[in-house]
Every structure is written in structure tokens, then in C-alpha cells.
Design a protein around this ligand. Structure first.
Ligand code: G
Ligand code: MN
Length: 382
């Protein structure tokens, strides 16, 4: 991976120098600017991975700078600092998506940790855009509203859940099962199409609840401690039913990993981070799904702080013959290990892909080679 480059903006030279020394210990490159204009000039001339800025400065203040940076590249994490924190600036910092708001004074270790975390998320975002470039982004299809309404009603009546094993690379044991929506409705042939339709018809919660109702029973009945990987639409995050103590999934929260896809945007859920926090308090764990197939950017990782990531099939396909995919997945595994995130590789179809994926350090494997999705619960073949 490339060197990390950090820009530190503060009008007080001593403070700036101190922070620069702290960041330098991470073996990051550091540049300094003494005001907002200087910072923007540096940002136009160089590629930064993290910007750290004081809020109160002569001339352009830190909030103005944050706005300009967000306009130029919304995926540069900006850490704001203030010696005189106020509610007003804190609100603005959130509004313009500052990465963190630090109150001075702070411990060098804390500062280092925040900068390092920001740098890692930035690197993840960059790996994701590389992944997108490799896999090509998906296109959408549109039909008439009425036809879609009829199709989703047919789907509601007829869908069932299939289960696909997820296998531990280390000892080939079954770690859990991903529940997958299955239907014979021809116009909505896969779960992505079904949820896209539900989005357009504004019935995502209804479909999500129906999926959870039908998913839980076989898993709850099955003995053992296998986990359930359950796909959520980002809008499901806002569904109260997911947090209700008497919902079908509540009793299984401790062994349920909620997958949130990168194919749909989290922006539509204004308080996504808070919702995820509540879900965690209920015992759920969180996975970022389809990494490499959807939106690039910082948001999903910064907001979800996932326990797992699932590498999309488009990156796994042919990985044994493609040094670019290998390098990407290796870097991703390294970064995830540093952040205590476990990695699942999806869509493994050949022994060569499986072996390469294991060599590259993925913890868990999923794909037709090992088992196709089926009625509860398919056997695994190595
Ligand atoms: O988006 P998400 O990762 O939740 O969906 C996984 C989809 O990929 C499911 O529909 C599942 O049936 C499919 N799938 C799982 N393993 C394989 C595989 O090895 N090859 C292919 N082509 N599809 C797979
Ligand atoms: Mn999934």
C-alpha cells in the first residue's frame, strides 16, 4: 500500500509541530499548513489521506475548510480539533461529515489512534474503488410501477429462504449459514431485484420483516451454535421491529450477523450509526456485504464499524490467475486484521480460487464449490 500522507492545519506553530511529531511516529508523511488557504493550496497540490485541522484560525476557519475539502473529495477523513468546543461547531462538524471532533488538550496516544484509524478507513475506501474498477459497477433495470407492484405481491406469497454454509478456512468446520431469499417470480429473479423493487414501492420494511420471519425458524430449531448471516437492506436499519424484544430475531441476536450491502447507499438512513449501536447492544454483529461491488467511499466502514466484511464474488472470480485481485485481497486482509475485522470470501467456485483465497488470509469461505444454497441445511464438500 502507498505511504499515508497527512496534512496538519493549525495557526499555532508549537501545537502543529507537536502533532506532526506524533503523526510522524506512525511512519506517515506529514505536511503542515498554518491556515485554511495554505491548507487548500496543499490539498490542490498533493494527495492527502487524512487532514487534521484546528477549528478556530484567523481567516478561513476549520468548518469552512471542512466544507471545501468535502466538496473536493468527500472521502478524505477530516479530523477537527477545538480548544473551545461549542455545540454550534460540533453540529456543523457532523453536518459536513467530519471524521472526528477532538477537544484540546488530548493525549498524543489518543491523537495517534484517531489519525491511524482515519488513515486505515481511507485506505479501505481506496481499495474499494480499485475493487469497483476491477469488477465494473452494476447497472439497473426499470419496469412499470403497476407491474412491479403485482410482481412484489406474487413474491411475498411465494418466496422461501435457502441457506448457504460459510466455512472456517482454518479447520473446514461450518461457521454458519447465510440465509438467501429465493423466488420463482421471473421478473424479480434474485434478492437484489426484489429489494430494489421494494425500494421503489416503499415497502422495504414489509419485505424485510417477511424475510426475517421465514428465516429464523429453521435456524432456531437447529442445534449447535452455528451463526446466521442475515442480509439487511440499509433501510431495515430504521425498522423498529428489528430492535423489538419480542421480534422473531431477538432471541437469536447473539448468533446473528447482520449483513449490510455496499450496493445500496447508507445515506438514506440519517441515524444509521446510532441504529447500529442499538443493534450491537441487542447482541447482533455486523458485516459489510458485497465489498467491491457497490459504493466506494468511507461511509459504510466509518458508520458500521463492522465485525465482518464479505468480499464480493466479482473479486473472487479468477483470483488464482489475477495478481491485481490477489494484491487487493491481501492488502484488504492485512488492514482488516489490524482493525479486528474478520473476512469472508464469497462466490468460491473452483479449488484454485479456494486455495488462493486461503493463502491470501481470508478467515471464512463461501461458494458453490463448498455448498450451494439449499433447504436447511446443506452439506459441505471441500
Ligand atoms: O449479495 P449477497 O452476497 O448477499 O448474495 C450472495 C448471492 O451469491 C446469493 O444469491 C448466492 O446464491 C450467490 N452465490 C453464492 N455462492 C456463489 C458462487 O459460488 N457462485 C455464484 N455465481 N453465486 C454464488
Ligand atoms: Mn450477503
Amino acid at each position: 500500500m502507498n505511504n499515508v500522507r497527512v496534512l496538519i492545519v493549525d495557526d499555532e506553530e508549537m501545537v502543529r509541530r507537536g502533532m506532526a511529531r506524533t503523526v510522524h511516529k506512525l511512519e506517515y508523511e506529514v505536511d503542515e499548513a498554518s491556515d485554511g488557504d495554505g491548507a487548500m493550496a496543499a490539498i490542490q497540490a498533493n494527495e492527502y489521506d487524512v487532514v487534521v485541522s484546528d477549528i478556530r484560525m484567523p481567516g478561513m476557519d476549520g468548518i469552512e475548510l471542512l466544507k471545501l475539502i468535502a466538496k473536493r473529495d468527500p472521502d478524505i477523513p477530516v479530523i477537527l480539533m477545538s480548544g473551545a468546543p461549542s455545540l454550534e461547531t460540533a453540529i456543523k462538524a457532523v453536518e459536513y461529515r467530519a471524521f472526528r471532533y477532538l477537544t484540546k488538550p488530548f493525549q498524543p496516544q489518543e491523537f495517534q489512534r484517531v489519525v491511524q484509524h482515519a488513515a486505515r478507513l481511507r485506505q479501505l475506501a481506496q481499495l474499494k474503488s480499485q475493487a469497483l474498477a476491477i469488477s465494473g459497477s452494476p447497472g439497473g433495470r426499470e419496469g412499470s410501477f403497476e407491474a412491479l407492484e403485482a410482481a412484489i405481491e406474487r413474491l411475498m406469497d411465494s418466496f422461501w429462504m435457502a441457506y448457504q454454509p460459510i466455512v472456517q478456512a482454518a479447520d473446514r468446520s461450518i461457521f454458519g449459514y447465510e440465509a438467501l431469499l429465493r423466488t420463482e417470480e421471473p421478473s424479480l429473479p434474485h434478492p437484489g431485484a426484489a429489494f430494489q423493487a421494494a425500494e421503489r414501492l416503499q415497502c422495504v420494511h414489509r419485505l424485510g420483516r417477511a424475510v426475517r420471519d421465514r428465516t429464523v425458524e429453521p435456524i432456531a430449531k437447529a442445534a449447535g451454535e452455528n451463526v446466521l448471516f442475515l442480509n439487511l437492506h440499509p433501510q431495515d436499519l430504521a425498522d423498529e421491529e428489528l430492535l423489538a424484544e419480542d421480534s422473531p430475531i431477538a432471541s437469536m441476536a447473539w448468533r446473528t450477523i447482520l449483513e449490510i450491502t455496499e450496493r445500496a447507499s447508507l445515506e438514506s438512513v440519517p441515524d444509521a450509526a446510532d441504529r447500529v449501536k442499538l443493534l450491537r447492544e441487542r447482541g447482533f454483529r455486523i458485516a459489510v456485504d458485497d465489498l467491491g461491488a457497490g459504493y466506494a467511499g468511507l461511509t459504510s466502514f466509518a458508520t458500521l464499524e463492522p465485525d465482518f466484511v464479505k468480499i464480493d464474488i466479482s473479486l473472487v472470480r479468477g483470483v488464482d490467475r489475477d495478481p491485481v485481485r490477489q494484491k487487493l485481497i491481501r492488502s484488504l486482509n492485512k488492514l482488516c486484521e489490524e482493525m479486528s475485522i474478520q473476512v469472508v470470501a464469497e462466490g468460491i467456485e473452483t479449488p484454485e480460487e479456494r486455495d488462493t483465497i486461503i493463502d491470501l488470509g481470508c478467515d471464512y469461505l463461501q461458494g458453490y464449490l463448498l455448498a450451494r444454497p439449499g433447504p436447511p441445511f446443506p452439506e459441505v464438500a471441500w
